[in-house]
Write a protein that binds this ligand. Structure first.
Ligand SMILES: NC(=O)c1ccc[n+]([C@@H]2O[C@H](COP(=O)([O-])OP(=O)(O)OC[C@H]3O[C@@H](n4cnc5c(N)ncnc54)[C@H](OP(=O)(O)O)[C@@H]3O)[C@@H](O)[C@H]2O)c1
Length: 248
């Protein structure tokens, strides 16, 4: 018996990093999974890697028409959603003084607007009692040099969960934030040129009490907990999977 047997799950940003690792875990636990991303080639690779009950969808979460197409597909193939992992997101470094309007609009457009409409447009398909998981970050409560715009988007996500559990009270839909610390993904490594990747991971590891960065599967296991009935009384929390970084 899997922890997610007969559940229908949608994972945005499921073709890479944390979303991909979570899609693998969800399928292993018995779920029917939809994964999204903008890059078709990576979606196809992900489907092959996951190897099971997975449907890819190419689209951009910051484009509302793409979200409509996504949920049309889910409706047609599955009829409803039990677990929504609104995980797609990202950011770039830029110190105050060098932040462009374009970077601001792009980061808020994906992480905040995209996450909001990913959830809002799913509401007609989400079953009462379902689980919504938003990907936050330790940056929601910490300062990180040259990372203020990204960090502010994750602070916004943290409040979405606090407020949405009130808006969704009648439907008993749980909303939680899963906040990873530095985790070795293509997204994290993409913040710097390839030759600086090891140095970046080393500098993050120094600030983490466990002395290392996370593996995407370590975040995926927490996503399974939040998705499943094991967390049936957990609602509105920000659950950090960060080796202790945000607790010191
Ligand atoms: N890795 C870390 O250290 C870390 C720490 C804290 C929080 N996080 C958060 O964890 C989440 C996943 O990041 P990751 O580290 O796994 O990075 P990743 O490997 O770059 O994965 C990001 C995923 O999001 C998708 N995505 C990005 N923008 C999108 C858009 N506009 N529409 C649809 N999909 C989009 C990407 O697919 P396409 O590019 O194909 O669209 C990709 O599948 C993000 O929300 C990130 O902020 C990561």
């Amino acid at each position: 018996m899997g922890k997610l047997d007969e559940k229908v799950a949608v994972i945005t940003g499921g073709n890479s990093g944390i979303g991909l690792a979570t899609a693998k875990r969800f399928v292993k636990e018995g779920a029917q999974v939809f994964i999204t991303g903008r890059r078709a080639v990576d979606l196809e690779k992900a489907v092959n890697e996951i190897g099971g009950n997975v449907t890819p969808f190419q689209g951009d979460i910051s484009v509302l028409a793409d979200l409509d197409r996504l949920y049309d597909l889910v409706k047609q193939k599955a009829g409803h959603i039990d677990v929504l992992f609104a995980n797609a997101g990202g950011g770039t470094f830029g110190p105050l003084g060098q932040i462009s309007e374009e970077d601001f609009d792009k980061t808020f457009g994906i992480n905040v607007k995209g996450t909001l409409f990913t959830v809002q447009k799913a509401l007609p398909l989400l079953k009462d009692g379902s689980s919504v998981i938003l990907t936050g970050s330790t940056t929601s409560i910490e300062g990180t040099p040259a990372f203020s715009v990204y960090s502010a988007t994750k602070a916004a996500i943290r409040n979405f969960a606090r407020t949405w559990i009130l808006d969704l009270k009648e439907r008993k839909i749980r909303v939680n934030v899963l906040s990873p610390g530095a985790t070795k993904t293509p997204g994290l490594l993409g913040l710097v040129p390839a030759e600086q990747g090891d140095a970046l991971l080393g500098s993050f590891a120094e600030r983490i009490p466990l002395g290392r960065v996370g593996d995407p599967d370590e975040i995926a296991k927490v996503a399974v907990f939040l998705a499943s009935d094991d967390s049936s009384f957990v609602n509105g929390v920000e659950l950090f999977a960060d080796g202790g970084q945000a607790q010191i």
